[in-house]
Design a protein around this ligand. Structure first.
Ligand SMILES: C[S@@+](CC[C@H](N)C(=O)[O-])C[C@H]1O[C@@H](n2cnc3c(N)ncnc32)[C@H](O)[C@@H]1O
Length: 382
């Protein structure tokens, strides 16, 4: 009898037809639904600190993915648009700090995939492109990102491994780390967390520390992009919130999760964009939906259960930040990460506006030997 080739070995051949993409699903999606529901069942709170949609769920699903792609192109939401447009230039200097030879690239939250395309193109142009592993909570985002990232590049389909997974959970990172090591062996990996994604998490420092601890080996690098602020007072906080408030497309994005997971009749005038000063580390932006109907509403959740949404109660839709330079430095120390390189660009600001910018940092594990001061053989060849 002729031995039949296992189906999984035929996948690279199947993928030659560009209509197909693969995706490794790393966790039970029904469990995720229970997490959204739990966030919407929290106690009433008038200040936006009770019911909430946590970071990953703002992007999960088709509607949110499409709404995010639209927001990234909105002329009135310049933060993301400019960060995508200027990424190639800002990344260029970093490329020099990377090793010779093939590099594998793991993109944590690739979004629309435009930045991944710039990064992969620069590796591809130098013949250094290894595997590309985008990791996202949203399968739809992964498909979009993969298409965009690989356009006009020579990355073989068999070297592309999209993974659907929530990277904020320690157990998921253990599994992801095992998968990556099995795939690349001892060869170096560049991880990225771009587009100020870190700022969307309540416990941002803890998440960064977790990613460093679970993923980074001495030979790996971590590319982090965050929004920054030179001003740290209330007018600066208000200006930061206004950046989001001005964009109709961002409003559609930020309410898309509410549309998907509840039957709430959304009133766009019931959303507030609050800018706060978070100690001396950051400006904090909270996007909050308020029940201002004067009556208790009943929300039907995805499991068909209902939850009361009393008058004046709130649902936090999104959290973001702009970090001060000292706040950023402290976060790196607390997360045990060391800087290898950085670019920091400040946007054009009027005389009466605070200077906001984007910092792109190339990091390594704090336990790894520092380039140039290495005591043993350095895989990066400095
Ligand atoms: C702010 S967007 C950044 C997109 C892209 N990196 C950029 O700079 O244009 C955040 C991305 O991270 C993903 N994401 C957010 N939270 C996540 C989580 N907990 N686990 C996995 N992916 C997540 C979103 O789906 C989205 O693709």
């Amino acid at each position: 009898m002729v031995e039949r080739e296992q189906a999984v070995h035929r996948i690279p051949e199947v993928l030659r037809d560009s209509g197909w993409t693969v995706c490794l699903v790393g966790e039970e999606q029904s469990g995720k639904l229970a997490q959204v529901t739990a966030g919407l069942r929290r106690r009433p709170d008038g200040s936006g600190s009770g019911k909430l949609i946590t970071s990953g769920f703002s992007y999960w699903g088709l509607e949110s993915t499409v709404a995010w792609a639209h927001a990234c192109n909105d002329l009135y939401y310049p933060v993301m648009r400019e960060s995508i447009a200027s990424f190639s230039r800002r990344w260029r200097g970093m490329g020099e700090l990377l090793p010779e030879g093939p590099l594998h690239y793991v993109s944590l939250g690739p979004g629309t995939g435009q930045k991944d395309q710039a990064l992969l193109r620069s590796l591809d142009g130098r013949g250094r492109c290894g595997c590309y592993i985008p990791v996202d909570v949203s399968a739809e985002m992964l498909r979009l990102a993969q298409r965009e990232a690989l356009q006009h590049l020579h990355v073989p389909v068999a070297d592309v491994l999209p993974v659907q997974l929530d990277f904020s959970l320690p157990a998921n990172l253990d599994r992801l780390s095992t998968l990556i090591r099995r795939t690349v062996g001892e060869e170096p990996v560049v991880y990225s967390l771009l587009g100020n994604t870190l700022a969307n998490f309540d416990s941002d420092t803890q998440l960064l520390a977790l990613l460093g601890e679970k993923l980074l080996r001495p030979q790996d690098r971590f590319l982090l992009e965050v929004a920054s602020t030179a001003g740290q007072d209330e007018p600066a906080a208000r200006a930061a919130a206004q950046e989001y408030e001005n964009s109709p497309r961002f409003r559609e994005f930020v309410t898309s999760a509410l549309m998907q997971y509840t039957d709430l009749q959304i009133d766009l005038n019931s959303i507030t964009y609050e800018g706060l000063v978070e100690d001396d580390r950051a400006l904090l932006i909270k996007v909050v939906y308020h029940n201002r109907t004067g009556a208790t509403l009943e929300l039907t959740l995805p499991d068909r259960s209902t939850v009361p949404f009393p008058d004046q109660d709130t649902i936090r839709l999104l959290l973001s930040r702009k970090y001060t330079l000292s706040g950023l430095e402290k976060m790196l120390v607390d997360a045990r990460l060391a800087k290898v390189g950085e670019t920091h660009e400040t946007g054009h600001t009027a005389f009466d506006r605070p200077a906001f910018g984007m910092a792109l940092l190339l990091l390594q594990s704090g336990d790894a030997p520092r380039p140039g001061r290495a005591t043993g053989p350095n895989p990066f060849g400095d």
